[in-house]
Design a protein around this ligand. Structure first.
Ligand SMILES: [Zn+2]
Length: 409
């Protein structure tokens, strides 16, 4: 951690912290930059930039990488965030797996482990496995000669971020699990716990497809449909931390029963299960011809979004129709979100990203039809850059966010 070298008033320390955060943020988004370039980009004077950069280089958060070739006058030394700033541990507690990664300060993966788990197992057994993986991860990070910056956890459920506890994870059937306290009792680095979609949204913002934008909506389809909202570079969590549950907005009050206990939620018509259900109906009820049956070897229980996408790529009409219908329903919901939030970007993650080639054109046509023209013209719809790693890299982003936003200087 950076230390304050000279005594200063609380105001001076705060200003220094804000300036440091601003410089780190500029380097993350726009780097490499020279000191002069940073001064222009941040609006801070050159001596402030030089002084902050001196400390950031000392602490290995920033490094010099060579002279800027095209600058007029005296060439400036280019600066960028340094991988040697430390390492972060990211943990994804999935419904049926645990994935743990170690990354350096610029989110390059140095180590990873993924193990299967069974939601029917006792919580203590799942946590024991997760803790043992974290222990291995910390050893792996230290073996690169780096200092530990923190441990981030992404979990599929409602999270009380002040307590760092899972309030309710429906698919794990966990209630009130104090994850942060459990890990903090055993490990020294700070622990951050966040809902999986919020974490993934932050990961896309920091070093994914949304790196250049300030406001985005992330939609993640796993077993359900989760969402994360970033407004002006910060996660919007709502008053209690539960914002972003778009999957449970009602679209048909008399519709199908949802996992949350209510009827006709959006996730019942656009989630992966809805794609599978449409295909099943076409084959089993309507008796349509499709190569999907061949792809699953006659075992319809093996049907999932990946199979539907594979069939759609081969031109299968049943698969293509199912994806198109879901694309329209997704597009209508996204159009509503665009009208409500006016984001710069909507990012599709989880299983939906597998079907991006088929869903994106339909979603784009549907939002043009249903969203207001002005917010619609400003928005991009994109697929996650992190694919199946969106959540675990998001968990890493929780750690980096804590350093970049509030550098201890
Ligand atoms: Zn619901």
């Amino acid at each position: 951690m950076l230390m304050v070298e000279q005594p200063g008033t609380a105001d001076q320390i705060l200003v220094r912290k804000l300036n440091t955060a601003r410089i780190l943020e500029c380097l993350r988004r726009l780097g490499p930059l020279s000191r002069a370039g940073l001064s222009t980009a941040t609006g801070l004077n050159r001596s402030t930039v030089s002084s902050v950069i001196h400390d950031l280089i000392e602490e290995k958060y920033v490094r010099e990488i060579g002279l800027a070739p095209s600058e007029r006058g005296r060439p400036g030394m280019l600066l960028e965030l340094s991988p040697d700033g430390g390492f972060a541990v990211g943990v994804e507690l999935g419904v049926d797996f645990i994935c743990v990664v170690v990354t350096d300060f610029v989110a390059h993966v140095l180590w990873r482990q993924r193990v299967a788990s069974d939601p029917a197992e006792p919580q203590s057994a799942i946590m024991a496995r997760a803790e043992s993986l974290v222990q291995e991860a910390l050893a792996a990070g230290r073996s690169h000669g780096l200092r530990p910056l923190g441990i981030g956890l992404g979990v599929p459920g409602l999270v009380d971020i002040l307590q760092g506890s899972v309030v309710f994870a429906p698919n794990l059937k966990w209630h009130h699990v104090p994850l942060r306290r459990m890990l903090a009792d055993r490990f020294h680095p700070p622990v951050f716990v966040e809902n999986e979609a919020n974490a993934a949204a932050l990961g896309e913002y920091y070093y994914g497809v949304a790196r250049k934008v300030e406001s985005l909506i992330y939609l993640s389809a796993g077993i359900g449909l989760g969402g994360g909202i970033i407004v002006n570079g910060k996660l919007f969590r709502g008053s209690s931390g539960y914002a972003g549950e778009f999957g449970h907005t009602t679209v048909d009050p008399t519709g199908e029963l949802c996992g949350c206990g209510k009827r006709g939620c959006w996730e019942t018509v656009v989630g992966p299960r809805a794609i599978v259900r449409r295909v099943r109906k076409a084959l089993e009820v309507n008796g349509q011809e499709s190569q999907i049956l061949v792809l699953v070897g006659g075992d319809m229980s093996a049907l999932d979004v990946a199979v539907v996408v594979e069939a759609a790529k081969a031109g299968d009409p049943v698969a293509r129709t199912a994806l198109e219908e879901v694309g329209v329903q997704l597009g209508i919901g996204i159009a509503n979100l665009i009208n409500a939030f006016n984001p710069e970007m909507v990012v599709l993650g989880g299983a939906l990203s597998l079907a991006g080639d088929f869903l994106l054109p339909v979603i784009q046509a549907t939002i043009r039809e249903h969203a207001l023209a002005q917010p619609c013209s400003a928005v991009q719809v994109a697929v996650t850059a992190h694919g199946p790693d969106a959540c675990v890299l998001g968990a890493v982003a929780l750690v980096l966010d804590s350093i970049l936003r509030e550098p201890a200087i």
